[in-house]
Design a protein around this ligand. Sequence first.
Ligand SMILES: CC(C)(COP(=O)(O)OP(=O)(O)OC[C@H]1O[C@@H](n2cnc3c(N)ncnc32)[C@H](O)[C@@H]1OP(=O)(O)O)[C@@H](O)C(=O)NCCC(=O)NCCS
Length: 175
Amino acid sequence: MIVRVRVVGCDAGLAGRAKVLDQRAAAARALSALGLVDPPRIPDGPPLPAQGTHWSVSHTQGAAGAAVAPFALGFDLERARELRPELVRRFLSPAEPALDPLVAWTAKEAVLKKLGLGMAGLSRCAIVARESNERLQLRFEDTRHDVLLQRNGVYYAALSHDGGPATAVQWEWET
Ligand SMILES: CC(C)(COP(=O)(O)OP(=O)(O)OC[C@H]1O[C@@H](n2cnc3c(N)ncnc32)[C@H](O)[C@@H]1OP(=O)(O)O)[C@@H](O)C(=O)NCCC(=O)NCCS
């Protein structure tokens, strides 16, 4: 079993609607390189599996990425930046391990996207342990979810999948 993740570059200088369209086009390129062209999605909602292939996309300034697998998965990508303390307090409690806020953000997003909830599930999701620089253990309600972390230059990526511990993850960075 394998999860493939691909990150491609896009124009970091755009703003507004042009930025959104450019980032979505980049995510579509990443998905297409992984073998999925225009898979089904709920508008402004979670992706739908296409013939047994689950997928997740994420966009940030200057890059977008996609992940595919034959089981549920969630992927998040963020560009390094300072997060305001009041924002950090909204998604990372003092009871959780002290992590780089952007790492915590991407990890929770990956789990919440895998579950198809997005931000609606934030208050029920917590980081339990930092197992290494590449792996965190999270909990959503009573269920454990592992998150794999990758950093490439200014980009932070997180992946959560339901393939189990024997699953290989192939990271492909074009940025
Ligand atoms: C929509 C959300 C799932 C991700 O938002 P985001 O990080 O801003 O955006 P990303 O680029 O990583 O992901 C967007 C993709 O998520 C997918 N998505 C949307 N709703 C989703 C849901 N409920 N579940 C899973 N995936 C979803 C879509 O494929 C979307 O792509 P599209 O915009 O091209 O349709 C949601 O969590 C959100 O609104 N986040 C806001 C960011 C935030 O405040 N984070 C706090 C840190 S934990």
